[in-house]
Design a protein around this ligand. Structure first.
Ligand code: TLP
Length: 355
């Protein structure tokens, strides 16, 4: 217990998700000084700049600022689909699993799920087989959705080559391609490619400003001007049209221009955490990819994952997520506020608890 007390007054080290990352001092200052207008009138120069810069960066013609990744995906699917249409999505995708079934609940859209493979891909054969024939008994298959990086698969990125194959198949079969790119800049950092290459064949893509990129809120949805006009309508109906949203977009601009280039540091830190954890006898590291790490405790650890996570939180101010999936029972994600010193502290705390 003596050692544990030494950690007592330390700051919180929050590894539950990258969504917990706070805005930086530079973001807070930019927010305070943002030039704003009414964005429903397209009058907010800071929002307009964020949308234009994001479109240029991802190689799309138009963009709209939305409140969250969930809203971005829903606006995209409402803009692409009619009620009764069907979309092909992974069975562990965020759209299917973690957005309350909004596409069905609000859009009347039928998710046709196919298995997400261990490498986060959807098999082309499974996509082909899920496309419904033109038959009055069947819903119309409108779209395929990919997720990059894939959350439930453990932060695995999808390559430009794979995405191009799906885009080609979609085009040949008259389907649209949407990418939930909540962490697309992590994927770009992992492959060391221009983010444009990862979304080249997509009709729409969303990315989040508020995860590894550290902005306090907001996502961007991109596509053709006509698609974005329809997505803006959907955003309004969902209550997501903000007024002086430039205060948020100001942080978003810093996220876009300054934070994406440091995501490699988060990946390196996730690697260091995985490496350090794997050296502790009672820890089994299951997976590390981009900024995600999954591990479980060996039987001789003498406690459950829940007890372990509770102890870490109570005694060391280290927050982790008990996960309980097949990738391991505990999940960590690195982000801007997790530095080398935090990693050393976490590894020391885990060692102390388990030994
Ligand atoms: N994911 C959150 C939780 O909702 C699970 C997290 O902590 O990772 N797409 C992907 C791939 C996501 O991981 C998330 C957030 C979203 C969309 C939704 O983003 P928000 O939280 O901004 O609605």
């Amino acid at each position: 217990m003596g050692n544990r007390r030494a950690f007592f007054y330390m700051k919180t080290i929050d590894l539950r998700s990258d969504t917990v990352s706070h805005p930086t001092a530079e973001m807070r200052e930019a927010m305070a000084n943002a030039v704003v207008g009414d964005d429903v009138y397209h009058d907010d120069p800071t929002v307009n700049q964020l949308e234009a810069d994001a479109a240029a960066m991802l190689g799309k013609e138009a963009a709209v600022f939305v409140t969250s990744g969930t809203q971005g995906n829903l606006c995209a699917l409402l803009a692409h689909c009619q009620r009764g249409d069907s979309i092909i999505v992974g069975d562990t995708s965020h759209i299917f699993r973690f957005e309350q079934g909004g596409v069905a609940q609000i859009g009347g859209i039928l998710p046709h799920t196919i298995p997400v493979q261990a490498d986060a891909t959807l098999r082309l054969r499974d996509i082909e087989n899920a496309i419904q024939p033109d038959d009055e008994h069947k819903p119309i298959t409108r779209l395929v959705a990919l997720e990059n990086t894939h959350n439930a698969a453990g932060g695995i990125p999808l390559s430009a080559e794979y995405t191009a194959q799906v885009a080609r198949l979609a085009q040949e079969r008259g389907l649209l391609l949407h990418i939930d790119g909540a962490r697309i800049f992590n994927a770009a950092a992992a492959f060391n490619v221009d983010v444009k290459e990862l979304v080249a064949g997509a009709d729409s893509v969303t990315f989040c400003l508020s995860k590894g990129l550290c902005a306090p809120a907001g996502s961007v949805l991109l596509g053709s001007p006509d698609f974005i006009r329809r997505a803006r309508r959907a955003r309004k109906a969902l209550g997501g049209s903000l007024r002086q949203a430039g205060v948020l977009a100001a942080a978003g601009l810093i996220a876009l221009h300054k934070m994406k280039d440091r995501l490699r540091e988060d990946h390196r830190n996730a690697g260091l955490l995985a490496e350090g954890l794997s050296e502790i006898a009672q820890v089994i590291v299951e997976q590390q990819s981009t900024n995600f790490v999954y591990f479980s405790l060996a039987e001789d650890a003498g406690m459950t994952s829940e007890q372990f996570v509770h102890l870490l939180r109570q005694e060391y101010n280290v927050f982790m997520s008990p996960y309980g999936g097949e990738k391991g029972s505990i999940r960590l994600r690195t982000h801007y506020w997790i530095d080398q010193q935090a990693i050393d502290t976490v590894l020391a705390a885990v060692r102390t608890i388990l030994t």
